[in-house]
Design a binder for this molecule. Structure first.
Ligand code: XMP
Length: 512
């Protein structure tokens, strides 16, 4: 049976990160409601070998009115139990410890003194850098508990029961700023919960396929396939689940990169036995973009057109479900109002729920690198698995000013040259994105002894971990030179190439 550690969700912002840390040790983990009872755990035991329970952090105070609670009976179960932050305080409160409002908030990097490097803290140094985010403090624990660590402001920063497998830690071992967080999870997972690590991605694939089957039954579903890794992986999983009742729709907006529609067609219509439909919608997208120069208006026009195409396709096949390739970070990002005010991100795979279709998101709990592992396992080719991000609105937001088929053709050629040269220089792996932007200005040049007055192309090449911040890449001058020379030689409409040396912030990655 697959080993599993359940995580009680108290609304802490790091809950998902905890699940992810556990899964890194090949132990399946699932986030469950804070109101889970011992009877619910018994139900889980029928499907999984439940080995442990992590009680997550949360924004509350144990003494607040309506403070979130968990079923105390859980502490009686023969499982490894680990309370983190609010979970640590709640356990202390339940077992007769004393939790007091802290005089000083501890937030961010803190030094913890490890009084006894044992149990979940085994192997740690006497002083550790940890990440804290709390105001209440555990100040005392009953006799049956041993104190393992303290900080300047927190007398009980970690504890364990002397006989039972109950542990608490005030800090967040799941965030990268905590030194040796990984070791803490390893101690909990291997030593306290006695997990061997028997969960593999194949199990995720199998259970996801089963879940999709259960949800959709013998009804019909549509997936918006952009050719990006997320929607591609979701399409293949859904296809495994419901076969010919799935139709994967790729919309050729005319705003894709060079040879992209052909590649996607090749992979999905020939490589997989999939109901694949490529909709040629070039004319209607260009028509929808006519006369529009404002970036937000462009994004909205494109979003509207996508919805129309999908409404038509859903009608054609009689679909009741829409499968989306949404992954966990998409959900966090769309949850922040701030991000939305910068640009209304439009994602081909992320159609809004206006189609009257029920949404199914099989990858919603995964991170990009986990999707990559799955994508490889289900046979997606490297071109998809290692594809760099490409925005939903496509080349339209790389053409400053009105989008026309001619300008799209120019920027597409320039983009292809950038890609070829970056590939040739073997720089792809170090870069987040590399592309060309066409500017709405012409400048004077001299080509073949003749005065020219032609378009300008800007090159944007950035490094980033998650797209939220980015650095312009310090590309060797000879690579930039080759890019510039090829663009001006091979694209007759262009006589000038500039390199964008703006970080994000202040500049965004895309120019619009
Ligand atoms: P910005 O330009 O906001 O981009 O710094 C950050 C990352 O997001 C990509 N991007 C988009 N992706 N739909 C998408 O799916 C969009 O509307 C969109 N706009 C930007 C961008 O390419 C970069 O990787």
């Amino acid at each position: 049976m697959i080993e599993c550690i359940l995580i009680l969700d108290f609304g802490g912002q790091y809950c998902h990160l905890i699940a992810r840390r556990v899964r890194e040790f090949d132990v399946y983990s699932e986030i469950v409601s804070a109101s889970t009872t011992p009877a619910d755990i018994e139900e889980y035991q029928k499907k999984y070998d439940v080995k442990g329970l992590i009680i997550s952090g949360g924004p509350q105070s144990v003494y607040a009115e309506n403070a979130a609670q968990f079923d105390k009976g859980l502490l009686e179960l023969d499982l490894g139990i680990l309370g983190l932050c609010y979970g640590h305080q709640l356990i202390a409160h339940y077992v007769g410890g004393i939790v007091e409002p802290g005089e000083k908030k501890e937030y961010g990097i803190t030094q913890a003194i490890i009084d006894n490097p044992a149990g979940v803290l085994k192997g740690l140094n006497w002083e550790e850098t940890v990440w804290m985010s709390h105001s209440d403090n555990v100040v005392k624990m009953p006799e049956e508990y041993e104190i393992l660590a303290h900080t300047e402001n927190t007398p009980v920063a970690a504890f364990r029961h002397r006989e039972k497998r109950i542990n608490g830690i005030q800090w967040h071992p799941e965030v990268v700023h905590t030194q040796h967080g990984k070791e803490i999870f390893e101690n909990f997972i291997h030593t306290v919960c006695k997990c061997t690590g028997n969960w593999v991605m194949e199990d995720f694939i199998e259970s996801t396929v089963k879940k999709i089957q259960e949800t959709i039954g013998d009804k019909k579903a549509l997936i918006a396939l952009s050719g990006g890794i997320d929607s591609s992986a979701a399409a293949i999983l859904a296809h495994k689940a419901i076969g010919k009742n799935l139709t994967a729709v790729f919309v050729d907006t005319g705003l894709m990169r060079k040879n992209e529609p052909e590649l996607i067609d090749e992979i999905f219509s020939k490589g997989f036995d999939l109901n694949f439909k490529s909709v040629n919608a070039k004319d209607r997208f260009f028509k929808a973009l006519e006369g529009i120069t404002n970036p937000e208006d462009k994004r909205k026009a494109i979003g509207r057109e996508f919805i129309r195409v999908f409404e038509e396709e859903a009608d054609h096949v009689g679909a009741q479900f829409l499968i989306q390739g949404t992954i966990y970070p998409d959900r966090i990002e769309s949850g922040t109002e701030h991000a939305a005010t910068i640009k209304s991100h439009h994602n081909v795979g992320g159609l809004p729920d206006v189609l009257g279709l029920e949404i199914v998101e099989p990858l919603e709990d995964l991170y990009k690198d986990e999707v990559r592992v799955i994508a490889k396992k289900i046979g997606l080719p490297n071109e998809i698995v290692h594809r760099h991000p490409f925005p939903g609105p496509g080349l339209a937001i790389r053409i400053l000013g009105e989008v026309t088929p001619t300008l799209t053709g120019i920027v597409r050629e320039a983009d292809a040259i950038v890609k070829e040269e970056i590939k040739e220089a073997d720089l792809e792996k170090e870069l987040w994105q590399f592309f060309a932007v066409i500017l709405p200005i012409k400048t004077v040049g001299v080509q073949g002894d003749v005065r020219t007055y032609r378009n300008t192309i800007a090159i944007r090449i950035v490094q980033s971990i998650d797209g939220m911040t980015a650095n312009f890449a310090r590309i060797p001058y000879d690579v930039l030179e080759r890019i510039s020379t090829r663009i001006t030689n091979e694209i007759p409409e262009v006589n000038r190439v500039v390199y964008d040396i703006t970080h994000k912030p202040p500049g965004t990655v895309e120019w619009e």
